[in-house]
Write a protein that binds this ligand. Structure first.
Ligand SMILES: Cc1cc2nc3c(=O)[nH]c(=O)nc-3n(C[C@H](O)[C@H](O)[C@H](O)COP(=O)(O)OP(=O)(O)OC[C@H]3O[C@@H](n4cnc5c(N)ncnc54)[C@H](O)[C@@H]3O)c2cc1C
Length: 421
C-alpha cells in the first residue's frame, strides 16, 4: 500500500512505525512542513500504561523512550498563603523534541521516507497515495477538504495559557496558585529532562488583560512572570521557545471534535481528529493509540473503506469519556474562583475531582457533603465514587509511585470548614 502521512508529530510518526512493522512492503512517506529538529512546546507527561502500550507495539522505540523519560513523583498543590500539600502518584515526563527524534530515527531505520520542509495542504499533492493520513495537528489543513463530512467543531477555551519551560527541576507534578491585584495566576510544572521542567502558565482573560500580558516584548513579559512566580522558581528563569515577532505565544486551548474522521481515502488521526485539554495530559497518548488502532484496522480488513469505518468506530467510542473528562477539567480551571476560596486541603480535593459532572452542576459545598456521606455510608474511599466524584488522580492514568514529602493520601473533605461557598 502507498501511504502518505502528513505531519511528523507523535501520531504520524508512530503510525508509520507500526505500519512498517506490520508489513515492510508498505511504501510510507511522512511529510513534515518544519525543518528537522524543530517543534513546538516542551515536555509532556505520561504514565506506565503508555510505556506498556509502546513495548507491545514497538519494543525498540519503547526502550529508547523509557531511557529518556524522567520520573516525577507525587503531586503538589501550593496555594499562596497556605502550606503546600502533597499527594501520591507519579508518572514520567519527556522532552517532546527528544520523543520525536526517537520516533524519527526508528521510522527511518524501518525504511519510512521522511521529508522535512514538505508542506501538504491539498490531497492532490499526494494524489498517488492509496491512503492519506492527516496527522497534521489541531489546525489541520487537510481537514478542510471534505469538511462537510468531517463536520469539525472547535471551541476556544476562556483561559489564556502559555507553554514555557524553566531550568528549575520540579520533581513532583506541581500546581502553584498565586494571587495578583488582577486575579489568580497559576502554573502546572513537571520535569521532563535533567535540569528542565515544563511550566505552563494559565489565568482568566480578565487577569491577563489587567496584568498587561500579551502587550510586552517577550523578555519583559518573562521577567514579569518570573516575578509573579519568584517563590516557586527559586531564582531560576523561565524560557520561551515559541515567540512570534518577539511576543510570547499565548493561546486559548482549542477543543476539537469531528463528527466523522474519514472521507474517501483521507483519515484524520491525533490532534487533527480530536484534542483533549492539557490539564489531563493525554493528547500524545491518544495520538499514539489512534496510530495503533488505524494500523490494526488496516491489517485486519482488505477493504480500505471497511478498515477506516472500524478504526473510527473503535476510537470514537474510546475517546468519548476522555473528551468529556478533558472538557470538565478545562472548565474547572475556568471556574477557579468557585473553588479557590476553600482551605487548601478542600481545594485539593476539589482539584482532584475536577472531572466530576456533579461538581460542575451543584455548589462545591453540597458536592463535598454528598461525597463525604457516600464515603461514610459505603465505607469506601472517594475513588470508587468515580461516576459522580471523578477519578481520584489528577490526570486519570495509573499513578504508581508513592507519595513524595508529607503526604495527603486522601485530602480532607470538610464541608463545614470549607469556607463560603
Ligand atoms: C500546553 C500543552 C501541554 C500538553 N501536555 C501534554 C502532556 O503532558 N501529555 C500529553 O500526552 N499531551 C500533551 N499535550 C498534547 C499533545 O502535545 C498533542 O496532543 C500531541 O502533540 C498530538 O500529536 P499529533 O501528532 O496529533 O499532532 P502534533 O504534535 O501537533 O503534530 C502535527 C505535525 O504536523 C505538522 N504539520 C502541520 N500542518 C502540516 C502540513 N500542512 N504539512 C506538513 N506537516 C504539517 C506540524 O508541523 C507538526 O509537526 C499538550 C498540549 C498542550 C497545548
Amino acid at each position: 500500500m502507498k501511504i502518505s502521512c502528513v505531519g511528523a508529530g507523535p501520531a504520524g510518526l508512530y503510525f508509520a512505525i507500526v505500519m512498517k512493522r506490520r508489513n515492510p512492503n508498505h511504501e510510507i512517506v511522512v511529510h513534515e512542513r518544519n525543518p528537522a529538529g524543530t517543534t513546538h512546546g516542551w515536555g509532556v507527561v505520561f504514565w506506565d500504561d503508555l510505556l506498556a502500550t509502546l513495548r507491545t507495539n514497538d519494543p525498540d522505540s519503547a526502550r529508547a523512550i523509557a531511557d529518556q523519560a524522567v520520573p516525577w513523583s507525587g503531586q503538589v498543590v501550593d496555594v499562596e498563603g497556605q502550606p503546600p500539600l502533597h499527594y501520591g502518584g507519579g508518572g514520567y515526563g519527556i522532552c517532546r523534541r527528544r520523543l520525536l527524534q526517537i520516533l524519527i530515527e526508528r521510522a527511518l531505520a524501518l525504511g519510512v521516507d521522511i521529508r522535512f520542509e514538505s508542506e501538504i495542504c491539498e490531497p492532490s499533492q499526494v494524489a498517488d497515495a492509496d491512503l492519506i493520513v492527516a496527522a497534521d495537528g489541531v489546525a489541520s489543513q487537510l481537514r478542510r477538504h471534505h469538511a462537510d463530512q468531517f463536520r469539525p467543531r472547535i471551541e476556544a477555551g476562556r483561559n489564556k495559557y502559555i507553554w514555557l519551560a524553566t531550568t528549575r527541576q520540579f520533581s513532583s507534578f506541581t500546581f502553584g496558585f498565586v494571587p495578583t491585584h488582577a486575579g489568580w495566576v497559576w502554573f502546572h510544572a513537571y520535569s521532563f529532562k535533567e535540569g528542565a521542567s515544563t511550566f505552563i502558565v494559565e489565568c482568566a482573560p480578565e487577569t491577563w488583560n489587567a496584568l498587561g500580558l500579551g502587550t510586552m516584548v517577550a523578555d519583559a513579559e518573562l521577567r514579569v512572570l518570573e516575578s509573579i512566580f519568584a517563590k516557586h522558581l527559586d531564582g531560576h528563569e523561565l524560557i520561551s521557545r515559541d515567540s512570534h515577532d518577539n511576543r510570547l505565544a499565548w493561546s486559548s486551548f482549542r477543543t476539537l471534535v469531528n463528527r466523522s474522521w474519514h472521507a474517501d481515502n483521507l483519515v484524520l488521526i491525533g490532534d487533527a481528529a480530536h484534542t483533549t485539554h492539557f490539564t489531563i495530559g493525554s493528547g500524545t497518548r491518544l495520538a499514539i493509540d489512534d496510530a495503533i488502532a488505524l494500523a490494526s484496522a488496516l491489517s485486519e480488513h482488505d477493504s480500505l473503506a471497511r478498515a477506516l469505518d472500524v478504526f473510527e468506530l473503535r476510537r470514537h467510542r474510546a475517546l468519548a469519556r476522555v473528551q468529556r473528562d478533558a472538557r470538565l477539567s478545562a472548565e474547572w480551571f475556568e471556574n477557579l474562583p468557585r473553588y479557590i476560596r476553600y482551605n487548601a486541603p478542600t481545594f485539593f480535593t476539589l482539584l482532584l475531582a475536577r472531572r466530576s459532572r456533579l461538581l460542575k452542576r451543584i455548589p462545591a459545598r453540597t458536592y463535598l457533603y454528598l461525597r463525604d456521606r457516600f464515603t461514610r455510608l459505603t465505607d469506601r474511599t472517594a475513588s470508587p465514587f468515580a461516576r459522580i466524584g471523578g477519578p481520584a488522580h489528577a490526570f486519570g492514568s495509573k499513578a504508581n509511585v508513592g507519595p513524595a514529602g508529607p503526604s495527603l493520601e486522601s485530602p480532607a473533605v470538610d464541608a463545614v470548614s470549607a469556607g463560603a461557598g
